[in-house]
Design a protein around this ligand. Sequence first.
Ligand code: HEC
Ligand code: HEC
Length: 507
Amino acid sequence: MNFPVWDVGFGLPLLIALVTIPHVMVAHFAIGGGLFLAIYGARARSTNDPAMLSFVRSHSRFFMLLTLVFGALTGVGIWFTIGLVSPAATSALIHTFVWFWATEWVMFFVEIAAAIVYYYGWDRLDATTHQRVIWLYFGAAWGSLAVINGIITFMLTSGTWVTDHNIWPAFFNVTYFPSLIFRTLLCLVMAGIFAILTAAFQNDDSLRSRINRIAILWTIPSIGLLVPTGYWYFSALPQSTKLIVSGGWTALKSAQHNLFTSAIGLSILVVLTMLTKNRNLNRVLSGFIILIGLNLFGSFEWYREAARKPYVISNYMYSNGMLVNDTTSIKEAGLFSSMLWKHSDQTMKGEDLFRAACQSCHSLSGYNGIAKMVAERGWTEEQLGQLVQRTGYFRGAMPPFVGTVEEANLIATYIATKANSLNATPESLTPKRIWDNNCGLCHTLDGSRPLRATLSGLSVADLQETILTVDQLSDAIPKFFGSDVDADKLASYLEAQISKREEGVSK
Ligand code: HEC
Ligand code: HEC
């Protein structure tokens, strides 16, 4: 909270995604592609295969431009963006992993230098030296993945670091190895995909089909192995994260779905490319393959980031830059007095409070746009105030709200003003909508803060009574936002849902 905020209308998370995803995809290609060049360059030389060698050479040019120019530029773009979007987290990571970053940058330097020597060495170096350079390149590139992987997975599963500050277990945390293997497989997939793309621009038909056949070997088994590795990765995540995925946040489910469909789509397209001999069709297919590849990376990276919510560094720092350890003291002082950056007139404004507490994840009307969500729900300003105080109890994705009631109400007014101007007509209140607007924000029947066991066996009348007095159970729970009729509809709905499932179980 001690850094200035950067206001990007369409939403900071979306900005991060736009900068990161293409970079990450190219960065994985930089590793897999290096291995591809090393293996097929050596093979072409030992079998005296000039066609293949010339392909490797043309691929190496494309490779250089893409990884060194595009990769390096977008890499700087990532530092620039995360430094502005999450300054506190960026600083924490730099300070925690100083020597790891230093190692990473040395690796990167070696990687760049080797790539340049390799590219300009085709006619200048003897074959053995030239091959050694590309192996050196690959070693450094994979090594830099192995380093950065420790830092990225630390953000997801920081383990006991929060209490003992022990750096090695923090680096080799529980998701380190599953993630490293997962990403290595992605590198192999990328190498295959880019081979298909460069092959599509080769005029020699027989060479093109050879490359397309080779690409299959790189992509299909790797995509197949992504499934068990992904499962291993997922299993290593903490229980709280799994709950966000399984019960909490529907968008995560669709990311998971997206990941699977793009993996399948990619496999099909790769096989199709191998089967077609037509060059133009090959080009079109390779274009689609790149797009689906981007989608695969996008959903994986998005999923990983989302699974980390409400933290940016698990159990240590929330996405809005607030340290977990500071929540109590900020709560005592109030959000406003803990903020360094506000309008110069120093009056408490909903806008500033929103920026400090919510804007790292929500825009007003762009990505994860809060005004739109609120307009669709049809909440009044007062109801919204009740909810803002309790956003920390919502299913998993948000940090605790550390402000006062007054501060919550100011944020609510700020959002509501924006929401009213959107003028969305709330959908009619079906029982499911009543559930979603009230209890469903924080509960599922099974899974996340489950209610089934507590509510099962209650009659509709008892349920209605519980609903109407629900705020008396705990300060965490807001008043029910509906009429008696709504409560009755919800009660019947719940009764039906609970007994339906129990019949299912007893059968
Ligand atoms: C760590 C990221 C994060 C922060 C910080 C955050 N939110 Fe959220 N919020 C989310 C996510 C993710 C959702 C779920 C969106 C969805 O279901 O698609 C959500 C949902 C909501 C919803 C429910 C919308 C609905 O219709 O279900 C409200 C209201 C809300 N946030 C308000 C706030 C307010 C107010 C703040 C600041 C005090 C805040 N959030 C801070 C991530 C965050
Ligand atoms: C803002 C989040 C939030 C909303 C909205 C919410 N709850 Fe809760 N609810 C909680 C929390 C947190 C607890 C646990 C409270 C505690 O242990 O102190 C809880 C506990 C309960 C319990 C007790 C559970 C048990 O096993 O002891 C019941 C019953 C319950 N809620 C029902 C409801 C119903 C019904 C609604 C909708 C009308 C609702 N809640 C809306 C957050 C919420």
